[in-house]
Design a protein around this ligand. Structure first.
Ligand SMILES: Cc1ncc(COP(=O)(O)O)c(C=O)c1O
Length: 417
């Protein structure tokens, strides 16, 4: 096709071929990486009416306690403590295991909160590379990082894909280390029908608005013993054990009644929502199958995923566009994927000088952070739009080669939509 340069308000010259694609594929409404599904407003209002009647707003009220019980049952865990967010839940997990100072082996390929909580507890993160064909901590590389100051392993079930928990546990057992799972993405994930939230010593969930299950802001610690749960419950309430007894320096980590009511309603629809997400993920897999240069992981039949993310890796040499070029170009089409997790936490200025943060010793994480793109997936996303996004992904590289000048520099990364 002959290239007819055309002008665009935002980027100057664009090729006729890209303009054709814009005419064909530009979405009138933005397709964000995620969008929360809200409970029916009148049902939420009915819950609010009850809260107004009782005037019980917070401090582990009846709605909070109901959500805690229902969530534990739904997730298949014995002990669960709700918190005001996942970051604070991670802090409570570390404190419950008395991990203050020393080192914790963790992944650089995560949301900054995972690492920042270590910093806040005076713990030095020791970054370990991720698996060659995955997104999670590589158990084969953990043991070499264990030293006299190592206290624990903090692993992340990234994008809800379970870590190799058996391998991680056997390393921890050999060296007497605690294991905490950041399960912020792993709501409801099961392996062989069994929850992954009972792996390790404690797991932490996030119920932020971008997560599959949400209480707007919120989180939880799942514990293996009632003793651990009592400790988390104490920590989230300033360490107050009774009207005149304060046992230890806790924080305010409580989830309020209004958010708990939101969560109760979300819990009623979450299975149906995950079913919808599974269908959208299946469309992506079918439509992108065989597209050279874009890869994604195939689900394993023994695992129940929540499909909260659809990450792909962009191989510039085979696809013909880099991840950053694709990211910037998709925005023109009103498609807003996210580069989760770029930049790597090991490159954040406060951690970059750590010996374990050097990119040469994190080759897989460094490559993946440069290639990953999470595509839009949320309940309510039209399956036809997913097909169109895939068609666009198929057609773009051909048009792009002749339109290089039209691509704007990518924006600084933002972590939330
Ligand atoms: C992997 C991971 N850990 C921790 C958190 C922090 O959770 P919250 O936002 O609920 O504090 C997030 C949130 O996005 C996350 O993605």
């Amino acid at each position: 096709m002959t290239e007819t340069p055309a002008t665009s308000k935002s980027s100057g010259i664009i090729s006729g071929r890209v303009q054709d694609l814009l005419d064909k594929y530009r979405f009138s409404e933005p397709l964000h990486v995620t969008r929360p599904t809200l409970p029916e407003l009148d049902r939420y209002t009915a819950k609010l009416v009850e809260i107004w009647r009782t005037r019980r707003l917070t401090n582990q009220g009846p709605v909070h306690d109901a959500l805690e019980r229902n969530l534990a049952r739904h997730l298949g865990v014995e002990h669960l403590s709700l918190t005001c967010n996942g970051t604070v839940a991670l802090q409570f997990a570390l404190r419950t295991l008395d991990i203050d100072g020393g080192e914790v082996i963790t992944t650089p390929f995560t949301f900054p909160a995972t690492i920042h909580v270590l910093h806040w507890r005076g713990i030095r993160p020791v970054f370990c590379d991720i698996e060659a064909n995955g997104f999670n901590l590589d158990p084969a590389r953990i043991e070499a990082l264990v030293g006299p100051d190592t206290r624990a392993i903090l692993a992340v079930h990234t994008f809800g894909i379970p870590c190799d928990v058996a391998a991680i546990q056997s390393i921890a057992d050999r060296h007497g280390l605690s294991v905490i799972y950041d399960a912020a993405h792993a709501f409801g994930v099961r392996v062989g029908g069994r929850t992954i939230l009972d792996s390790g010593d404690l797991s932490v969930l996030s119920f932020h608005a971008t997560k599959t299950f949400t209480t707007i802001e919120g989180g939880a610690v799942t514990c293996s013993t009632s003793r651990q749960k009592s400790r988390v419950d104490l920590l989230r309430n300033f360490g107050i054990a009774g009207e005149e007894t304060v046992n230890e320096p806790g924080l305010n980590g409580k989830l309020n009644e209004l958010q708990a009511a939101f969560g109760l309603l979300k819990l009623e629809t979450i299975d149906a929502e995950i079913e919808q997400l599974a269908k959208l993920a299946a469309i992506y897999r079918k439509e992108l199958a065989g597209l050279d240069g874009l890869s994604f992981s195939e689900p394993m039949p023994s695992i129940d995923y929540n499909f909260g993310y659809f990450p792909i890796l962009v191989d510039v040499n085979r696809y013909g566009m880099s991840r950053d070029q694709l990211y910037a170009t998709l925005k023109r089409f009103n498609v807003h994927p996210r580069k989760y997790f770029h930049p790597l936490c090991s490159t954040i200025s406060c951690y970059a000088s750590l010996p374990s943060a050097h990119p040469d010793i994190l080759p897989v994480a460094t490559r993946v952070a440069g290639q990953v793109l999470c595509l839009p997936i949320y309940t309510g996303l039209d399956p036809d739009d997913v097909v169109s996004v895939c068609d666009l992904l198929r057609e773009l590289p051909g048009a792009y080669i002749r339109a290089t000048e039209s691509i704007e520099p990518h924006e600084a990364p933002r972590w939330r939509s």
